[in-house]
Design a protein around this ligand. Sequence first.
Ligand code: UDP
Length: 452
Amino acid sequence: SNQGQAATMVSRFNNRTLVLFPLPFQGHINPMLQLANILYTKGFKIIIIHTDFNSPNQSNYPQFTFRSISDGLSKSKDESLNLETVNNVINFMNKSCIEPFTIFLAKLLEVEHAACLITDSLWPFTQSVADSLKLKRIVLRTSSMACVPVYATFALGEKSYFKTAIKEELALMTENDIEKVYKGGSEKGNKELIYNMIKETKASSGIIFNTFKELEEPALLAISQDFKIPSFPIGPFHKYFPASSSSLLEQDRSSISWLDHQPVSSVVYVSFGSIAQMGEAEFTKMAWGLAYSKQCFLWVVRPGSVSGCEWLESLPKGFMEEVGERGCIVKWAPQQEVLAHKAIGSFWTHNGWNSTLESICEGVPMICSPCSYDQPINARYVTDVWKIGVKVDNKMSREEIGIAIKRAITEKEGEKIRQRSKSLQEKVNQSMQKGGSAYQSLESLVEYILSF
Ligand code: UDP
């Protein structure tokens, strides 16, 4: 009836405000702000709550309302708390933000009706806040779908996961991979965070994933068997909106003009993301590996990423002379644009999920050197499941590293890897077209939110 339709329209109109709460790290801010843009174009009004720490660059987003809450980090500086590692900071903020977040949200809801709260999965504390305010919460998982059952298995000892559809892939994980999952910070802190993340995600109303169904079908099946809530693999987000506007560091554009002068598919792009750190010995070995490969390379060395160094002090003597015009080193690059550049032949990566996905979308094969967290899981998928990359680890000699780099980019052995990378790239494109799985999943997400 007309009346019924009018009532539906009114309720839809009222349900157009969304409150988003990103986790303040580069690899989490990027996808949340991209998601905000996607939902904005679907007609939603966006309110973003953010911490003082790593607050996003608001001037790039005049279409959103930003509100900051205190995260307590600056106050804690002189206490004996160990905030050295990312996971400790996240665990700390999951306590220090409870009060300011609750107060802010309660006040907001007095004057504004919101359809739901969308938070990063690593803000587990927000579920009980949402429950207490009778607001639905949807979780954004910024990593691969495969990580969810893997994390649950290893961190919680939930053996039942081994019985799920993901069993075969799980079996690929080695002891070394698992050790690395816990490496970034204290094992206790990591387990606490992962446990809370899984528990409160299960208690939420749905999960949005920055991935697409065709890439991770067994994982999607495993999750749908175990989680009673709907999953929405609507990614890759950066195909809708680039990550460059949410970059916390300035992107050095000279890397693009340098690439313009290199032959097609000749350059190894090297970057280990915004958090990973390495020792001097590892850094030196990387440098020699690049030299031995005899390939052109664009290398992002983030200031502070080599322990005890400001920037390039520990580059081996004579390295730049040895590589000459073949090498370009910058502090931070416009990564998406770099990966899309025709001169790029491969990506030597730490396999952060955003980097992995950005590489897949450009059909660029990977050289995988995961450090910690979800990276060993993503790397395992790249090398052993999708078979679009090779592994390089610190146990290898510089000569072996050089050979592996060269293999991915030029040698005959790497040809299959390069072909598979290209065909996966086509699958992404299909998935995002009208009628494709990511496209449909986004439509269902919008309908789902409007039904609250
Ligand atoms: N990134 C960038 N410039 C760089 C290196 C990385 O813009 O020089 C971006 C990259 O495109 C990605 C994000 O930073 O979107 C890194 O996220 P990822 O999940 O790969 O790794 P993390 O930083 O969380 O370890």
